[in-house]
Design a protein around this ligand. Structure first.
Ligand code: SAM
Length: 255
């Protein structure tokens, strides 16, 4: 697959996603993560029916690391990715960036428990507070559905060194219509059960529909591959689990 002449279609989708979710992204989503921060890992375990470790291990397995490389984990949350990368290659330097102080507080505690240091910056990732050509590796897991993705990718390209790698993983929109239908039906029920189980606050309850709608407007694994090529990445490869319910992508930034 190469860069398509249809990159306009991704720009149009981004405009539509932004119009649909702008209000939630700018206000409510931060309150949702403040609410779930202290039981986020248990929510993931319940919502994924115990498969969260499989999803995470599958993502980490495609990430190549060398000692002394600088890694930026975008939307780092509770630092699950950063900790897994430090376990894999203790010689890397990990920087976490996330807008939620609560998620990062848990992330810092988790890093400490594992005996690791992860540098933490609290900010909106649509502008990354790092110099150009700074990181060897950038990772982004389970967050791109909540972002103006192409805008964040522009920033990721800016901070990546030439030849650096971008690794992306998220819940995606399955391209198979039968899988898609079953998946959205499961998610609709699951979000309600999880909200009840964990006594969610008013913001989390208000976002129940959003979590399914955001996926309905998101990209399939194939679209994500094409989007990354269109954004100028090379050697884009992907790995899908459960028929595209979760997808991971690896891409090289050469310019
Ligand atoms: C579902 S969590 C994923 C966390 C982590 N990457 C993981 O794999 O568990 C999504 C994270 O994205 C963060 N986030 C969402 N929108 C953001 C934004 N515009 N800027 C910075 N962080 C954002 C949230 O605060 C939250 O910590």
């Amino acid at each position: 697959m190469k860069a398509s002449k249809e990159s306009g279609k991704f720009n149009e989708r981004e405009i539509a996603r932004n119009q649909a979710f702008e209000n939630i992204w700018s206000n409510e989503i931060n309150e949702v993560f403040a609410d779930v921060a202290f039981y986020y890992d248990r929510v993931n375990l319940a919502a994924s029916l115990g498969m969260i470790s499989w999803f995470r291990n599958s993502f980490v397995s495609i990430i190549d690391l060398k000692s002394e490389q600088k890694v930026l984990d975008v939307c780092a949350g509770t630092n699950a990715v950063g900790i897994a990368l430090l376990k894999k290659q203790p010689g890397v330097e990990v920087f976490a960036v996330d807008r939620s102080p609560e998620m990062q507080q848990v992330g810092q505690e988790q890093a400490k428990i594992h005996g690791f240091h992860i540098d933490s910056t609290i900010t909106d990732v649509h502008k990354l507070p790092f110099p150009d050509n700074h990181f060897d590796v950038v990772t982004l897991q389970f967050a791109s559905r909540h972002l103006r993705l192409i805008e964040v990718i522009q920033e990721i390209k800016r901070v990546l060194k030439p030849g650096g790698h971008f690794y992306h993983s998220d819940m995606l929109r399955p391209s198979n219509k039968i899988v898609e239908k079953a998946y959205f039906a499961y998610l609709t029920g699951c979000v309600s059960v999880v909200a009840w189980l964990f006594k969610s606050n008013e913001y989390s309850l208000g976002c129940k529909k959003y979590f399914v709608d955001a996926l309905k407007m998101f990209y399939s694994p194939e679209e994500m591959t094409q989007l990354l090529f269109d954004q100028g990445f090379t050697e884009v490869t992907s790995k899908s689990l459960l028929g595209g319910v979760v997808g991971s992508h690896k891409a090289v930034w050469t310019t």
